[in-house]
Design a protein around this ligand. Structure first.
Ligand code: ARG
Length: 483
């Protein structure tokens, strides 16, 4: 038997004994204890343990509320809060010991609080269900982590903006061929190209802010689905946790995962934007383009080909987008068709969410490093930008200035392009000889002129780049100031 076969056999021979009686917090109404296969299949501790701080924050607020409304005595409150603080210390020191019967982070913490605080600990779950507890902890987690993602996005915007300033500070400012259909179209400033990506990322940061504002609602107090007969004060616990408002409908509060889907969409779109940046850098760093080279610290080599220097960060920025889209699809598919209110399916919200947040944070950091340390090859970029064909539109627009209808001007220049290709003669000579054009039009081919003529606000040339820079800076400040 091969090693693989023996491992497979071992796995399938796994026993399906019942775990010890009284294992789960909910064991009261059951005759037998849960089967091992049930425990293995339904547990979420392996991935939701990272919610520990948020679960403790939620429990803190809940217990404080229970004391304030008189459901718990101040002495019980002190005992439970003290136990919660100790549990927090155990987690922070990585000394918290899980037990095989801990189903998820929430039951693990309640179990430990009860061990530490004794009888008062058994009161922590008063007026609360895991359903509102989970939703609360997850929203708290999202509030913190989404701010980190937003900061990462804004940091990348600032890297792009800094590189744009550096490109403009060169004499002359770095220009490159602008593309449509990946064919040379018109010259553009490198700063303009870099800032195009910055604007897209600023919209992403804004979108995350919108998601944050919408998810800032406390579900605590909704209970399992219908609230409680106890005199709870959900507003009190919401304020304690720093939520902007409180749920209006308990069924919605425990079953809403819109906020997860929305964050996953926002991250998927960030991923799409990073993927477009990544694809360009793969091209730009190739021998064929030669527009940029990567710092050694942000490039990788080949195990076989000694000369290779690969843009793996850029490739993964492209490649990992599939899983961002997959995570979004996974959560939307899970939510679709769920009857109100809580269903165990909802537990499947966490892994996609955690994965997308983890991966996008890494992507943002790696791209910041790659872009901030790369070297642009100004002469290669400029020689592409200065190719004659990229002036064609300016020649047509020169004829429009002289009164010729644009469609006719387009035809005149198109014929010159065709002649140039057929005869191998430079376009500038054909323009100079043309009866409608001549020497003045031929000056459009002087280096940099085509770019300088781009006067539209928000356009690609140096005349208007300062104005765009100011607008971008104002927008960055606005988004940084958003809570
Ligand atoms: N780990 C579960 C989750 O993340 C806890 C909720 C279980 N609730 C219940 N009523 N069985 O959704």
């Amino acid at each position: 038997m091969s090693l693989v076969e023996s491992l497979v056999e071992k796995e399938s021979a796994m026993s399906d004994k019942n775990v010890s009686k009284g294992a789960a917090l909910w064991h009261g109404r059951f005759d037998t204890s849960p089967a091992e296969s049930l425990v293995a299949y339904t547990e979420s501790l392996s991935f939701d343990k990272r919610l520990w701080a948020d679960d403790i924050a939620g429990s803190h607020a809940h217990v404080s509320m229970l004391v304030t409304v008189g459901i718990l005595t101040p002495a019980d409150g002190v005992a439970i809060l003290g136990a919660l603080d100790q549990v927090a210390e155990e987690f922070a020191a990585q000394e918290f010991i899980f037990e095989p019967t801990d189903e998820d982070i929430h039951t693990a913490i309640e179990r430990r609080v009860t061990q530490l605080a004794g009888e008062p600990g058994a009161r922590i779950h008063t007026g609360r269900s895991r359903n509102d507890q989970v939703a609360t902890a997850l929203r708290l987690w999202c509030k913190r982590e989404i701010r980190r993602v937003r900061t990462g996005v804004l940091d990348l915007v600032e890297v792009l903006d800094t590189r744009a300033d550096e490109a403009d500070a060169q004499v002359p400012p770095i220009r490159l061929p602008g593309y449509t259909h990946l064919q040379h179209a018109q010259p553009v400033l490198l700063s303009h190209h870099l800032r195009a990506h910055a604007w897209a990322l600023l919209r992403d940061a804004d979108r995350l802010g919108d998601a944050l504002a919408r998810l800032d609602v406390s579900p605590l107090g909704a209970g399992a689905l219908a609230g409680s007969s106890l005199p709870l004060d959900p507003q009190f616990s919401a304020t304690q946790m720093g939520f902007a408002s409180v749920f209006a409908n308990s069924l919605d509060a425990v079953s809403d995962r819109d906020f997860v889907a929305e964050i996953l969409f926002d991250i998927a779109l960030i991923g799409v934007h990073l993927s477009r940046i990544g694809e360009e850098w793969v091209l730009w760093t190739s021998a064929e383009f030669g527009f940029a080279s990567l710092d050694d610290a942000f490039a990788t080599g080949s195990s076989m080909l000694p000369q290779k220097k690969n843009a793996d960060i850029a490739e993964l920025a492209r490649g990992k987008t599939g899983r961002f889209i997959g995570n979004l699809t996974s959560v939307l598919s899970m939510l679709k068709g769920l009857p109100l209110a809580y269903n165990r399916d909802l537990q499947e919200d966490k892994e996609p969410l955690f994965d997308s947040v983890d991966q996008v944070l890494r992507a943002l950091l790696a791209l910041q490093g790659m872009i901030s340390t790369a070297t642009f090859n100004a002469s290669v970029m400029s020689s592409g930008a200065d190719a004659e064909a990229l002036v064609a539109t300016d020649v047509a627009e020169w004829l429009v200035h002289k009164g010729m209808p644009f469609r006719q001007a387009h035809g005149v220049v198109g014929a010159i392009v065709r002649d140039a290709i057929a005869t191998g003669r430079p376009m500038v000579e054909l323009v100079r000889e043309h009866s409608d054009l001549g020497d003045e039009a031929a000056q459009l081919f002087d280096t940099g002129v085509a770019l300088e003529r781009r006067s539209t606000s928000g356009g690609a040339g140096p005349l208007v780049s300062g104005e765009q820079r100011e607008r971008l800076h104002v927008r960055i400040q606005q988004l940084k100031a958003r809570s």
